[in-house]
Design a protein around this ligand. Structure first.
Ligand SMILES: O=c1ccn([C@@H]2O[C@H](COP(=O)(O)OP(=O)(O)O[C@H]3O[C@H](CO)[C@@H](O)[C@H](O)[C@H]3O)[C@@H](O)[C@H]2O)c(=O)[nH]1
Ligand SMILES: O=C(O)[C@H](O)COP(=O)(O)O
Length: 321
């Protein structure tokens, strides 16, 4: 095993109960830090309200670890925005942020996360998916723990068991299919120093703003893979920590959608190959059997990048000059 991977597993992989929330609050105040929780959400009206309510009750009302809970509404056509606002989140529509920069093609989740940097103020950011089921409020202090107690830590990834909901019911393992079949094999082969990252694609992670603002954000579902490679390249693998948060349940996408996600992650990885890579084709063909034929459906899985937010902040909009 690569020494960095071994060090991550042995010395910088903790558990959710390692830090008592009251102690973390005292540390946060002592260091004068603020915390933003960001939930990117596209059509998550069924889950986002419960998540916001749970987090606000625990970390704004009971132990005020969190200064703001922001939902970035990513083109939802359901009641996501209304439900999130009713639960007490600040809701920002993705197109309302930095409108002079237009819309990144296939922006998706990556665009929502990048724009969240422009509308939040926390020194520390905690990102969580808005489709979590039975969300555990312990995720927030779990992810903040290493950042608040160790100044050398810059980025913290969540680790969890991932049950898979099947037609036969809930299976205790088997979730995280793109992680198992693509993301970890890619890291082991090409970035072996990151082979100890247990959930590279997981949507629950936290980081320091000054680092997050210095890296590009990849569009769509390439964003987590891109952040992992780029942040550790920027700040060093030793600034990465991970925390075992227990169990994570979310709403699953179907196989074809996961195939397209895998295509975007592969494109993200190819663009980061040390020494550069040949320009890959970005068209993914998928096949749908009908009664008499196999139909071909082509998808663009190319990814785009937003520049580091720190660069954008230095160039004010024409209207602001
Ligand atoms: O255009 C989009 C699509 C998704 N989302 C939100 O992003 C989160 C994650 O999306 P989801 O479709 O649930 O992704 P998963 O199938 O769960 O994919 C996993 O793998 C992805 C690739 O790394 C990560 O982005 C996810 O966080 C991680 O859970 C959810 O809150 C979505 O509502 C957006 O904001 N905009
Ligand atoms: O994280 C992943 O690998 C993908 O989101 C797929 O997750 P799932 O298999 O739990 O749907």
């Amino acid at each position: 095993m690569h020494t960095d991977a071994a060090a991550l597993l042995a010395r910088r992989t903790g558990a959710v109960g390692d830090h008592d929330p009251a102690t973390l609050l005292a540390e946060k105040r002592r260091q004068g830090l603020t915390v933003s929780v960001v939930l990117p959400a596209r059509d998550e009206a069924d889950t986002v309200g419960t998540i916001v309510t749970t987090l606000r009750r625990a970390w704004q009302e009971e132990v005020p670890l969190v200064d703001e809970v922001v939902v970035v509404d990513s083109d939802s056509v359901d009641d996501t925005a209304a439900v999130a606002a009713a639960a007490g989140a600040r809701v920002v529509a993705v197109d309302a942020v930095l409108p002079h920069l237009g819309r990144l093609p296939g922006g998706g989740k990556g665009e929502a996360l990048w724009k969240s940097l422009a509308v939040t103020s926390g020194d520390l950011l905690v990102f969580m998916d808005a489709d979590l089921v039975d969300v555990d409020p312990g995720y927030v202090p779990g992810l903040l723990g290493p950042l608040l107690t160790d100044p050398t830590v810059g980025y913290v990834k969540g680790v969890y068991d991932r049950p898979l909901a099947t037609t036969e019911g809930l299976v205790p393992t088997g979730g995280g299919r793109v992680t198992e079949l693509l993301a970890r094999p890619l890291l082991n082969a090409l970035w072996p120093e990151l082979a100890g990252v247990i959930q590279p694609l997981g949507g629950e992670y936290a980081g320091r703003r000054h680092l997050l603002e210095q890296v590009p954000f990849v569009s769509g579902y390439g964003v987590e893979f891109g952040l992992l490679v780029d942040l550790t390249r920027l700040a060093g693998v030793q600034t990465l920590a991970q925390v075992d948060l227990g169990t994570r349940r979310h709403t699953h996408q179907g196989d074809a959608a996961l195939g397209r996600m895998a295509g975007q992650i592969l494109q993200t990885a190819l663009a980061r190959l040390p020494g550069g890579a040949p320009v890959p084709a970005t068209r993914l063909l998928q096949f749908v059997r009908t009664d008499s034929t196999v139909d071909v459906v082509g998808w663009d899985v190319g990814v785009h990048e937003r520049p580091p937010m720190a660069h954008v902040r230095r160039v004010p909009a024409e209207a602001d000059r």
